[in-house]
Design a protein around this ligand. Sequence first.
Ligand SMILES: *[C@@H]1O[C@H](CO)[C@@H](O)[C@H](O)[C@H]1NC(C)=O
Ligand SMILES: *[C@@H]1O[C@H](CO)[C@@H](O)[C@H](O)[C@H]1NC(C)=O
Length: 359
Amino acid sequence: MACSLIILLAFFASMATQGESRAFFVFGDSLVDNGNNNYLITTARADSLPYGIDYPTHRPTGRFSNGLNIPDLISEHLGMEPTEPYLSPLLRGKKLLVGANFASAGVGILNDTGIQFLNIIRIGQQLDYFKEYQTLVAGLIGSEQTQALVYKALVLITLGGNDFVNNYYLVPFSARSTQFSLPDYVTYLISEYRKVLRKLYDLGARRVLVTGTGPMGCVPAELAQRSRAGECAVELMRANELYNPQLTQMLRGLNTELGANVFVAANTYSMHMDFITNPQAYGFVTSKTACCGQGPYNGIGLCTPLSNLCPNRDLYAFWDPFHPSEKANRIVVQQILTGDNKYMNPMNLTTILAMDSRT
Ligand SMILES: *[C@@H]1O[C@H](CO)[C@@H](O)[C@H](O)[C@H]1NC(C)=O
Ligand SMILES: *[C@@H]1O[C@H](CO)[C@@H](O)[C@H](O)[C@H]1NC(C)=O
């Protein structure tokens, strides 16, 4: 009797905290996909070991990480469960109120990015699913409450890397690199991304963290393919240098147009460069060699059960040829939370959460 009372009280206490918490929505590519691609016929997947080896279940989930990824760590900070993939059959009923993850590994800003991965959820489709989600939730709590939930939510979107790595630079003389010079391609990407973000706003998003591209030229895959002596690949670094400042500028323009700081730029380039240029200071033995892979820098091919695998993932900045380890993700999320204007523009997530809890 006393025991069931305690359980009941614990239940109400958890309901109360849920009432205060805000929903979290995630859009984008493999850096933030929590497993949508498990449900698709695609080659872009992370549903076999050693992916997930350090996840709480020690099982692969579809996350491109040894353990938790960036959205998981943001959820953890918000005191929430990780976002469920939108395609997961587990995302039903009350769970919908926590938010949803619409991301899909392989996608980019452009529709032709990632076509080699076959069936993935392109960004336009992710936004359509967000609309569908709102209809589902309206069926549970009514449309007014649903709109309030979406307005109050935190949103994360991570796109752009694949538009370079898996499109423009995928092969020499790719269609896009023949069509555009790099500066013109960047201008085109930014103008297309602006439309995506504007649509996200029109669908009700009011607090959106937008990550730039990480240092694409420094990932083990690019070191293996393009670097002579372990230096970051020059062309991809040039892409970063052109793209990221224009992204920040575009977000500033959108905010001005909307009359509110809806979009917040996260300079993931600088966040990564800190530990890439000085791995030892962050507790890594290397920022060049991936934990899981094969060939030079463990940067060739995919991370599979047959790959080299390091015993301690926390000592590696890169988990696989393209994706950071959980440890590296933690460093990035720490900067998202508390970074100054070099990292977060116009403000960090701690400031956002404090501001929004007052309104
Ligand atoms: C991408 O595809 C969507 C949906 O088919 C379409 O609405 C959009 O205009 C396309 N974008 C470009 C740049 O062609
Ligand atoms: C977050 O950003 C604010 C404003 O730029 C800054 O004053 C603060 O030190 C940063 N960190 C935290 C934890 O708020």
